[in-house]
Ligand binder design. Structure first.
Ligand code: AHM
Ligand code: MG
Length: 336
């Protein structure tokens, strides 16, 4: 019988709180809300292929409501649970054009930015998707919450994490003190500590990029990708190309195995595709906490000062040696 201690997310957070005496309990309430939201979304995701068969959407239609897509359902769910927890004044979501100021919570300190269901083009093909979140503290609670409060660089994140709805459902998160992973036990409906103190290898042999866009990539990235494909025993090349098209799933694999994920700038889209405030910063905080690196090609991701909620930045993230190598090539061969 395994002698490992069974630690639930709840227990882990309580233990952490007793280590950090300054913690107020507000954080635990936010995490509890996120956990509940993830269990609800997980339940919906697991039924994604069944709704037509079971007719659940039809019953919704009878009431005259429009059939909702899962990413909208996920947005509703997390907005609801975070609003109810009573600790969050502002929610930023990929699904909402504007920041949502939680009624009755104008004096609260915390801001949550989230992508409620990232990789949503993967839903219909049963590939991994996930929820991404970051928690910030408001800079000035004496005035009503505002968009300006939210425009903080990633280095201000208090916590960040993602729920991955994959072959199993996991939560990976950091509060700036390492990265830990929890796996949902379906029968208990509890997240249990399964990946303690995750560290990303300094080097890897996986590169993850949408190579379909190769002809539009900066010269430095084109060189790096062809270098990855060359044969060279001493450096373990060629590397393996792995691309799910779901940021969380791709970064998760690379964090555990070692590797690099690239979503470069192109000439037409100099800011790339991925959003700073609820995709890149979250992943950057996690990867840096695991010992890796996250860069836009011009600066450290977490030092970018956002000017708008849905701002995009190019992303090079993963094992330190690999990211450094791309940055070197961007410097010598060219970037946009
Ligand atoms: P989404 O937020 O609309 O789901 O888009 C973000 C996703 C990421 O998960 C993934 O890394 C990327 O888009 C894939 O983009 P592409 O299909 O261009 O390769
Ligand atoms: Mg997204």
């Amino acid at each position: 019988m395994s002698m490992n201690r069974l630690v639930t997310l709840e227990q882990f957070i309580v233990d952490q709180q007793s280590i950090h005496k300054e913690a107020t309990g507000a954080f635990s309430r936010i995490f509890r809300a996120l956990e509940l939201g993830a269990k609800m979304v997980n339940r919906d995701v697991r039924k994604a292929g069944l709704v037509d068969i079971l007719g659940e959407m039809a019953s919704v239609n009878v009431q005259g409501e429009v059939q909702k897509k899962l990413d909208v359902i996920a947005d509703d769910t997390f907005t609801r649970v975070l609003s109810r927890c009573g600790e969050v004044c502002t929610i930023i979501s990929e699904e909402q054009d504007d920041a949502y100021f939680v009624p009755g919570c104008e004096d609260k300190e915390y801001i949550v930015s989230m992508d409620p269901l990232d990789g949503s083009s993967n839903i219909d093909v049963n590939a991994s998707i996930g929820t991404i979140f970051s928690i910030y503290r408001r800079t000035n609670t004496a005035v009503p919450p505002s968009v300006e409060d939210c425009l903080q660089p990633g280095i201000n994140q208090l916590a960040a994490g993602y729920f991955l709805y994959g072959t199993s459902t996991m939560l990976i998160y950091t509060t700036g003190n390492g990265v830990n992973g929890f796996t949902l036990d379906d029968s208990l409906q509890e997240f249990c500590l399964s990946h303690e103190n995750i560290c990303i290898p300094e080097n890897g042999k996986i590169f993850s990029v949408n190579e379909g866009n190769l002809s539009d990539f900066p010269p430095g990235v084109v060189s790096y990708i062809s270098w990855c494909k060359e044969k060279d025993k001493s450096t373990n090349r060629p590397y393996s190309a792995r691309y799910i098209g779901s940021l969380i799933a791709d970064v998760h694999r690379n964090m555990l195995r070692g590797g690099i994920f690239l979503y470069p700038a192109t000439e037409n889209k100099p800011d790339g595709k991925l959003r700073l405030m609820y995709e890149c910063n979250t992943m950057a905080f996690l990867i840096e906490q695991a010992g890796g690196m996250a860069h836009t090609g011009k600066q450290r991701v977490m030092e970018v000062m956002p000017t708008e909620l849905h701002q995009r930045v190019p992303l090079y993230i993963g094992s330190t040696h690999m990211v450094e190598q791309v940055l070197g090539l961007l410097e010598t061969e060219g970037n946009f």
